[in-house]
Design a protein around this ligand. Sequence first.
Ligand SMILES: [Zn+2]
Length: 429
Amino acid sequence: MAGHVRDRLMIEIDQRRDTLIETARDLIRIPTINPPGENYREICDHLAARLADAGFSASFVRANGAFGDSDRYPRWNVICRHDGAGSGDCVHFNAHTDVVTVGKGWTRDPFAATVEGDRIYGRGACDMKGGLASAIIAAEAFIATCPDYRGAIEISGTADEETGGFGGVAHLAEQGWFDPSRVQHVIIPEPLNKDRICLGHRGVWWAEIETEGRIAHGSMPFLGDCAVRHMGAVIAEMEASLFPALAVRRTDMPVVPDGARQSTLNVNSIHGGLAEPEDGYTGLPSACVPDRCVITIDRRFLVEEDIDEVKAEIDSLMQRVAATRPGFRYEIRDLFEVQPVMTAETAPVVTTVREAIREVMAVDPEMVLSPGTYDQKHIDRIGRLQNCIAYGPGLLELAHQPDEWIGIGDMMDSARVMAVSLARLLGET
Ligand SMILES: [Zn+2]
């Protein structure tokens, strides 16, 4: 791109360093903890007012009736838009506004947004209010540099990413907000590190597996049928045959960290027999053979795998166990599934951000995939827009941790990359 445009952008970003810090701090100070989904309207109002100063108009969308939406905890989203001087593409920055619970182990106030050296501490600093602040500053610097640009810039703050995104991006995609006729490029500033481009994620299948038994007196277990022992046999079979098979099923998808570059399965929970006693109960348990045991599994699969085969693999495992255990009965219930998502490396948003990273940081960015899913799935599947990436500041490993922080220098570098990307997509002939 023209050297004078780039130089002007860098000056505009440098001048906004203090504004960037305050923008991030203001966002962190609004405690948008999800679940249950607090203060969505407050943060949407804040974003709308903050971006009105830069000439953006705001649309508020509540996901009425979506999972989690209620009058007490309404799922509010905001889409802020700035139109250039002529027609052209729309570049959309999408950030989820929700943060996960605080958890234990903090040594700072999680919502004070304390600045220490190059770091701002707080829940959501890294995931992903720092990235949202970078996008805001990038847009403002670009508009100041190229006021006559062609096209449009959108910045959205959306609900519920941490709980599946159904009250956020999924709802907006269903309403047509991510239709390729109105949005052409999407950048999600999730914390994937400032010199990496995230193209997508592995697939997900969550399911419950239940083994059935028959209740009887615990002193005469031979009169009943123990559902927990049946489940023990299921887990033993997983250890013997399934986990080793998944471990060698490597993928060509560049998933990071390396341990996630294969199929994985987690047993999220196990429950069987008597319920846990309530706090304060001082008695003993009763003597019963468990008639029911349930595990929840979280299976992450690869583009090379088919979801029907993923499910069939578990079913055949259950049938192998059944063949060795008389009276073994089981049920598998689907809870949730997401197909793998991977934007092509040749997509315009990928090549543009890659060039911008080279230009700003003089490094060739690594192309990665996320170990877990994020809102790109809804933009891809419901919105049918394949020109979407995650790119933003922050260390992936810090997300959801105590003493989460975002680097100010990293936010500045990402803002530079985003501003150069805007200039490449909207500003040059
Ligand atoms: Zn996130």
